[in-house]
Write a protein that binds this ligand. Structure first.
Ligand SMILES: *[C@@H]1O[C@H](CO)[C@@H](O)[C@H](O)[C@H]1NC(C)=O
Ligand SMILES: *[C@@H]1O[C@H](CO)[C@@H](O)[C@H](O)[C@H]1NC(C)=O
Length: 412
């Protein structure tokens, strides 16, 4: 068809004046029709090709490049990119007086954008070997995660060696500042604590189930739960575990003091992590919120240093409510408190497969009719080595924990 069109075209231009008019007109018409047919064929070919490419994007192209396309296609969505100079001005060149704390991935500074907007800047440690493109790609994805129980990312800064994340500022700081302090702990009445537990569960469920990323937090702890002006909990530091892959991360996460008490046995010992690792940390968090005590490092009369052992012991003796922080006993709902303690104990069970997923946890927190399964023995380190020789050598507290675990596990 294409050749015929060319021939007719040549015919028209070269021979038009010599031949009869009707012949010329016939040539023009023929050429015109052929041209339209050609365009139609080209059109069909292009469309077929495009369809094939769409199929490839959906199925054949590896996940990574599919993710790359994801934010580039989003033309009306953009994450603000802050200039290093702006951040330096906002934080007074990372002045020590603006330092809010140190997370697992670097220090956090308070800053002021202009006169009004307060921000929190996380300056990521320079040890990460991550390139600028990879950093930006990950940050773009994290920034799209929006939930009322996650701290909102406002923007980022990637300049030279510097990688920074800019978050909304949380006026009431982190949960641990309230929880483990006698004076401020009173400010968290039962309703507030219950609201915080539910909020964290919702935020975690969102991270775990979001089809785009499926983030496992890996460092859930009281100091990573920030509180907004109405004391709503917001999980922070999510997604950074994904950004920082490789050995540095693992080292860093393990080095953070205080995190140890939140790590599930399989993660602490074998480095295995899953959504159930987060469930374990969440269980510890529930028990800490209810008791106002840290899992590790705080002396608890007979079971010093380990809140899980203490909670388990009280629960097995039918004294679960004794776990509740004395400073909130006036505002407590017994049914809710017992239900929360039970959910907490279910989350910290030794075997990951016994622990509920966050979707179940959210349902369990809502159901107050005590129809939950009975928790099995929690996973805490002193009892993991089950040999009798070790228990006789260890200090009284872990010996009593061992004793407890043996009698109760065998009795059930
Ligand atoms: C910020 O502080 C660093 C050292 O901590 C210094 O080298 C740099 O010049 C300072 N920048 C500004 C803009 O003051
Ligand atoms: C939380 O922050 C808001 C705003 O800064 C403040 O008004 C409120 O008193 C704080 N709540 C507590 C319990 O400190």
């Amino acid at each position: 068809m294409f050749i015929m069109y060319l021939y007719n075209g040549a015919d028209v231009s070269a021979l038009g004046s010599d031949h009869s008019r009707s012949h010329t007109i016939a040539g023009i018409v023929l050429g015109f029709v052929a041209g339209i047919l050609l365009l139609a064929v080209v059109g069909i070919c292009v469309r077929m090709k495009r369809r094939r490419r769409t199929a490839a994007t959906l199925g054949v192209i590896p996940f990574a490049s599919h993710r790359n396309n994801e934010y580039k296609d989003d033309k009306d969505w953009e994450l603000p990119l802050f200039d290093l100079g702006t951040i330096i001005a906002a934080t007074d060149n990372f002045s020590i007086k603006n330092k809010l704390g140190k997370g697992g991935f670097g220090p956090v500074y308070k800053g002021m954008l202009g006169e009004e907007q307060e921000i929190a800047v996380k300056r990521l440690s320079k040890t990460s070997a991550q390139g600028a493109d990879e950093f930006m790609n990950e940050v773009m994805l994290i920034a799209k995660l929006q939930h009322r129980n996650l701290v909102r990312l406002l923007g980022c800064c990637s300049q030279g060696e510097e990688r920074m994340l800019v978050y909304e500022y949380m006026p009431n700081k982190s949960l641990d500042a309230f929880l483990f302090d006698k004076d401020t702990g009173v400010l968290l009445d039962w309703q507030t604590r219950y609201n915080i537990i539910e909020g964290i569960a919702q935020g975690l469920l969102y991270l775990h189930r979001d089809s785009r990323l499926r983030i496992i937090h890996r460092d859930l702890k009281a100091s990573n739960i920030l509180l907004d002006k109405d004391m709503n909990p917001k999980i922070s530091d999510f997604g950074l575990a994904r950004i920082f892959r490789g050995d540095e991360t693992a080292l860093n996460t393990r080095r953070v003091v205080g995190t140890y008490g939140y790590m599930s046995p399989e993660y602490a010992m074998d480095g295995v992590f899953s959504v159930k690792t987060d469930a374990f940390s969440f269980g510890v968090l529930i028990l800490e919120i209810i008791s106002g005590k840290k899992n590790r490092g705080v002396s608890i009369s007979e079971h010093e240093g380990n809140l899980l052992a203490h909670a388990w012991s009280l629960w097995m003796h039918g004294n679960g409510l004794e776990l509740v922080d004395k400073s909130i006993s006036h505002s407590i709902s017994m049914v809710e408190a017992l239900n929360c303690i039970k959910v907490g104990l279910l989350c910290v069970q030794e075997s990951p497969k016994d622990r509920p997923k966050m979707s179940s946890v959210v349902l369990m927190l809502g159901c107050k009719d005590a129809s939950l399964p009975d928790p099995k023995h929690p996973g805490f380190f002193p009892t993991r080595a089950s040999s009798k020789t070790e228990s006789s050598k260890s200090k009284t507290n872990s010996a009593s924990i061992n004793e407890l675990s043996v009698t109760i596990v065998e009795g059930r």
